[in-house]
Design a protein around this ligand. Structure first.
Ligand SMILES: Cc1ncc(COP(=O)(O)O)c(C=O)c1O
Length: 345
């Protein structure tokens, strides 16, 4: 990955610019960067290093722990006292916001799409434990969900709250990208300490991948980010990565919009039928990681991302001498809601 020197920033400059934002500490960092020698051997190389962001510590961890530091910093600094999400029952995002809001004394409300009476397991169980108010929408129709969100916000205002409708707030989507722009410094430092030069970073596509791409580029890192789609088409995921990374470049780092399509190698061929489809390749990836490294991946995000890494190795697109980083972005509580596909041999 090459950047003109004028567009490079030092780690101190990145930290200083990000440090201007309100922030509440939640994550235990640095998270480990671990070798996965048995997984690598079974796949016939390359060297695989796993960035253990499932171990960010708070409320069963995951990539969102870094993001909530900024999102809830923003919420608190702007005087909101209720946080409203529209999100599904097995959302890791909702679980971490439920837990963080509990810790901060902020009221948490989840407008939950889909059928009523969902089994209370995995992340949804944890939302309940944290005391989140859960409004079962009984629909997935976007217009009906927006109308229900309006009514929920009105109701909260009438009850005296100042609610933060996360899905409508412009700052909300870039919180994770800011966090992972900063996390790039941590990753590059760890690679340097190992004397390793990573050529690729694989992870589930989204805000975190946008941050690792941006951070890597402004630091002059050796890797290209490979966001593996968990549902979106290649074009729409690429658009998201570019939009988020360029927003953070210009709105936070005071840089031009320097990210281009060459900075991300988006893969959408591992999605299966749709978001949440635990394809045979996903199930195989989950078993392989557990049986070679004692590493637990989830069926929606990390299992799909690993199926992408395995698929690319098997296609011969990654050579034996390369070093690849796989970012474990968490999501492990969702495993317990998928026993029907994961328990069978
Ligand atoms: C386990 C896990 N990995 C990856 C992602 C993608 O997150 P982001 O868009 O914040 O990078 C999510 C989002 O919910 C997730 O729960």
């Amino acid at each position: 990955m090459s950047t003109t020197p004028a567009l490079r920033l030092t780690p101190a400059e990145i930290r200083e610019r990000i440090g201007r934002l309100p922030r509440i500490p939640f994550a235990f960092t640095p998270t480990p960067l671990e070798e996965a020698p048995r997984l690598s051997a079974v796949l016939g190389g390359p060297r695989i290093l796993i960035k253990r962001d499932d171990l960010t510590g708070f409320a069963f961890g995951g990539n969102k722990v870094r993001a909530i530091e900024f999102r809830l910093g923003h919420v608190k600094a702007n005087g909101y006292d209720a946080f409203v999400l529209v999100n599904i029952g097995q959302s890791n995002h909702a679980r971490l916001h439920s837990a963080a809001c509990a810790r901060l004394g902020i009221k948490m409300v989840i407008v939950k799409p889909g059928p009523k009476g969902e089994r209370i397991q995995g992340n949804l169980l944890l939302d309940h434990l944290c005391g989140a108010e859960i409004i079962e929408a009984g629909t997935t129709d976007p217009a009906e969900l927006e109308a229900l969100l309006d009514r929920t916000l009105d109701d909260l205002r009438q009850r005296g709250y100042k609610p933060y409708p996360s899905t409508r707030e412009p700052f909300s989507p870039i919180a994770g990208t800011i966090a992972f722009t900063e996390a790039s410094i941590e990753l590059v430092d760890q690679l340097n300490a190992l004397g390793a030069t990573a050529s690729r970073v694989f992870l589930a596509g989204g805000a975190s991948a946008a941050g690792l791409g941006l951070g890597g580029k402004v630091l002059g890192a050796s890797y290209t980010v490979h966001p593996v789609s968990t549902g979106a088409s290649k074009a729409s995921l690429l658009n998201m990565e570019l939009n988020l990374s360029n927003r953070v470049a210009s709105e936070v780092l005071d840089l031009p919009k320097l990210m281009t399509e060459d900075d991300f190698t988006v893969l959408d061929e591992y999605v299966g039928r749709a978001y949440g489809d635990a394809t045979p390749a996903v199930v195989e990836a989950i078993r392989l990681a557990a049986r070679t490294e004692g590493l637990f991946l989830d069926p929606v995000y990390t299992g799909k991302a690993m199926s992408g890494l395995i698929g690319e190795i098997r296609k011969g697109n990654i050579s034996k001498d390369e070093t690849v980083v796989f970012v474990h972005t968490g999501g492990t509580p969702a495993i317990f809601a998928y026993e029907d596909v994961l328990a069978a041999e």
